[in-house]
Design a protein around this ligand. Structure first.
Ligand SMILES: Cc1cc2nc3c(=O)[nH]c(=O)nc-3n(C[C@H](O)[C@H](O)[C@H](O)COP(=O)(O)O)c2cc1C
Length: 199
């Protein structure tokens, strides 16, 4: 099989080097980049090829609308109006925010599979963006669960917001937050267990 990249370690490097970005430059993303990244991300594994996702993107004045919609909830959630106003300004100024939405299948197994598939898609998107010098952060802010916010931004009953992804060119790239060596969490079963049960 032909390698997909000139650099065989490109995927590993993107995985290790990606950082969640909170501070963005104001520059918008070039035309077409969002669609390009999404068309990479949709190659995520998904059971039954259900492709259980759709996307709502906010940019420009759309970001201001998103901030207003969030703020109507945030206003009540924060005792300090200054903190709330800062949060609103922060969201308004983000070059691109993507809501990644999935249908909530009433069957547990399908729901789990779909949530897993959409999570894989989100990570694909983050890695593909990083490769282009675009930073992202996956957010699960509390207002994403507020019916008032959900209906304002066009999320239907029976849909779940899996991720709010902010994206843009990084202003600040934080240091890495090291991970525990996987060996510490790894159990290898290489012999048939004597009691027929693994401890
Ligand atoms: C499902 C999920 C939800 C997250 N929600 C938030 C969030 O609400 N706020 C936030 O600051 N970061 C959030 N993050 C980002 C993590 O905080 C971040 O991945 C972690 O700190 C590790 O940093 P890194 O991504 O730079 O390696 C979320 C990540 C995941 C996977």
């Amino acid at each position: 099989m032909k390698p997909v990249s000139d650099s065989p370690a490109a995927v590993a490097a993107a995985i290790r080097e990606r950082r969640s970005i909170k501070q963005f430059k104001p520059d918008p993303l070039p035309e077409g980049v969002l669609e390009e990244l999404l068309n990479i991300a949709v190659w995520a594994p998904n059971h039954g090829l259900r492709e259980p996702w759709r996307f709502i993107a906010f940019q420009g004045d759309g970001s201001r609308f998103l901030a207003e919609a969030a703020f109507s909830f945030v206003k009540r959630a924060f005792a300090d109006p200054e903190v709330a106003a800062k949060r609103k300004e922060y969201i308004s100024n983000i070059p691109l925010t993507l809501l990644v939405v999935m249908p909530e299948d009433p069957r547990q197994r399908e729901w789990d599979e779909d949530y897993a598939a959409v999570s894989a898609l989100v990570q694909n998107f983050q890695l593909a963006a990083w490769e282009k010098g675009i930073g992202t952060i996956w957010k699960t802010d509390p207002y994403l669960y507020a019916p008032e916010f959900r209906s304002k931004v066009g999320v239907k009953l029976g849909e779940k917001i899996v991720a709010m992804l902010h994206a843009g060119y990084p202003e600040i790239i934080p240091d890495s937050r090291p991970r525990t060596d996987a060996a510490a969490r790894l159990q290898i079963v290489a012999h048939y267990p004597e009691d027929g049960i693994i401890d």
